[in-house]
Ligand binder design. Structure first.
Ligand code: CS2
Length: 488
């Protein structure tokens, strides 16, 4: 068996190495959410920035819930292999941008200390949509969210994002240190503003004297992030070992494409992420909208309809002519809801997305994307549906995607095989009986805080969704997909 990766010495030829002396650079960033996406995205841009322009910008990675990500990295001197997979082959690369990794479960004190350290200039976040505890209706905290509830009860020993950041900002201010910049890298619209209003509201409850400080002194640039990164599998580890000659428990596989569009508002400075191709703009929202509606919207649609049609991976969905046609239709419908974005051609963007989805080397599970639907639907499907409704456009694509999600909430495939919903609102979604399409659609459309009022109040929308859901429930997803594609 090969030795474990612990240094960059002895790697097989062809492995791309950090282009800088790791020990010469200190940490400047604390990243919360040490999952595959961070390792395939922000850490790579930081690796490029360090190679191009140096600086003390290495990353202290924090895992909030699980301990394995930090333990695996710590055992490897915080090095890991990134496999960039495309039709041209796989490029193995060892990333050196992580300085050290911490787990909140086993080392909360060190996490809180890192957030209060003078060197920490930026806190980046990838905790997934559900990780924040945002009440999407008010923009403030969701008191029922487990981490928010815990942090309200014990503000001095916070566990969640809002609690950790508010406490650290308070400590920094008391010590006379400048606040860090908070950079959200999750797939949420206007994600900087969202996190800002979350922290302000949390402070209102636990430290009202900080509200003004957070509102006026802390920068929350928004950012649009993009890189399709499937969850790690045993095949990822095997391929990493084959290509590098070393075992790596933290290896990640991803596609060759990556994009990062960021609002350039970093009062304490930032790495030269443009060296890795990041684009700095003054308003990121049109980019976010394009990506959330076209890429993520199509992803969610194909995840529900594809999973229930028996396709395990996105690439399989794309090989199914009826579904592939619906993916294309969805992207076009989403593009039609967007304001023009100078420099962006939505048609070529859609074409590029289709070929990224087709990537035969990426084992991207439909079940992975199907997770957390109630957190994803609003920005991906329902927002553009409202836009289409008010423009008087065809609602078919969004109604189909919504019906597929509704069908998915039943938690069993057409042949009766059960699966776990994996959604924070799972209990509310679960229907133990055998409802009709109308009953199911009515119940889900009425879920508090999910469907925007224009959709709830529209008969056209309700009918468009219910007709499709009925077809899915009575004829099965496969037949519903064929019928939809035939009509499209
Ligand atoms: C996906 C995203 O799992 C999901 O919900 O839609 O993770 C998607 O792969 C990324 O946003 C691509 O940048």
């Amino acid at each position: 068996m090969s030795a474990r990766l612990t240094s960059i010495d002895g790697l097989k030829p062809g492995v791309v190495l950090p282009g800088y002396d790791r020990d010469a650079h200190g940490a400047g960033i604390v990243h919360i959410g040490l999952g595959a996406f961070h390792k395939a995205h922000q850490a790579v841009y930081t690796d490029d920035a360090l190679a191009a322009r140096g600086g003390d910008w290495r990353i202290i990675g924090v895992s909030l819930r699980s301990t394995a990500p930090a333990e695996d990295l710590t055992a490897q001197d915080d090095l890991y292999t990134l496999l960039e997979r495309s039709v041209d082959g796989t490029v193995p690369r060892v990333i050196g941008a992580l300085h050290y990794a911490l787990s909140m479960q086993t080392n909360a004190t060190a996490v809180r200390a890192a957030l209060c350290a003078e060197e920490t200039k930026i806190v980046t976040l990838t905790v997934t949509e559900k990780g924040y505890g945002i009440d999407r209706t008010t923009g403030g905290i969701d008191r029922a969210h487990p981490a928010i509830a815990a942090d309200l009860a014990a503000p001095e020993a916070p566990q969640g994002v809002a609690g950790l950041l508010v406490r650290a900002l308070g400590r920094r201010r008391a010590k006379g240190l400048a606040p860090f910049t908070v950079l959200c890298c999750d797939n949420l619209p206007e994600n900087g503003k969202m996190v800002r209003s979350l922290l302000i509201d949390h402070a209102r409850h636990v430290a009202p004297e900080l509200v003004e400080h957070i509102a006026t002194e802390v920068a929350f640039p928004s950012s649009m992030v993009d890189r399709i990164t499937p969850a790690q599998t045993p095949d990822t580890l095997k391929l990493a070992e084959d290509l590098t000659g070393f075992r790596d428990a933290a290896a990640v596989e991803t596609e060759a494409f990556r994009q990062w569009v960021i609002e350039d508002h970093f009062p304490q400075g930032r790495p030269a992420w443009e060296a890795g191709g990041a684009i700095f703009v003054s308003d990121v929202s049109p980019y976010e909208e394009m990506k959330l509606r076209m890429l993520n919207g199509a992803h969610s649609m194909l995840a529900y309809s594809g999973f229930l049609s028996g396709h395990g991976y996105v690439r399989d969905v794309m090989r199914d002519p009826a579904l592939a046609a619906l993916v294309g239709r969805h992207m076009r419908a989403a593009a039609a809801t967007l304001k023009p974005l100078p420099g962006a051609d939505f048609e070529s963007y859609a074409e590029a997305l289709l070929s990224r989805f087709e990537n035969p080397h990426l084992a991207h599970e439909t079940y992975q994307i199907a997770m957390d639907g109630t957190e994803k639907l609003p920005q991906r499907i329902l927002g553009p549906a409202v836009a289409a409704l008010s423009a008087g456009s065809d609602l078919s694509a969004f109604a189909f995607a919504t019906a597929a999600w509704m069908r998915y909430t039943l938690g069993r495939k057409d042949d009766g095989t059960p699966y776990a919903l994996r959604d924070p609102r799972e209990t509310e979604l679960t229907d133990t009986g055998t409802p009709t399409a109308t009953a199911l659609a009515d119940r889900l459309l009425a879920l508090p805080g999910l469907f925007p009022a224009p959709l709830r109040d529209s008969t056209a929308w309700r009918e468009a969704v219910t007709t499709r859901l009925d077809r899915m429930m009575t004829l099965g997803m496969r037949a519903a997909v064929e019928a939809e594609a035939g009509a499209a």
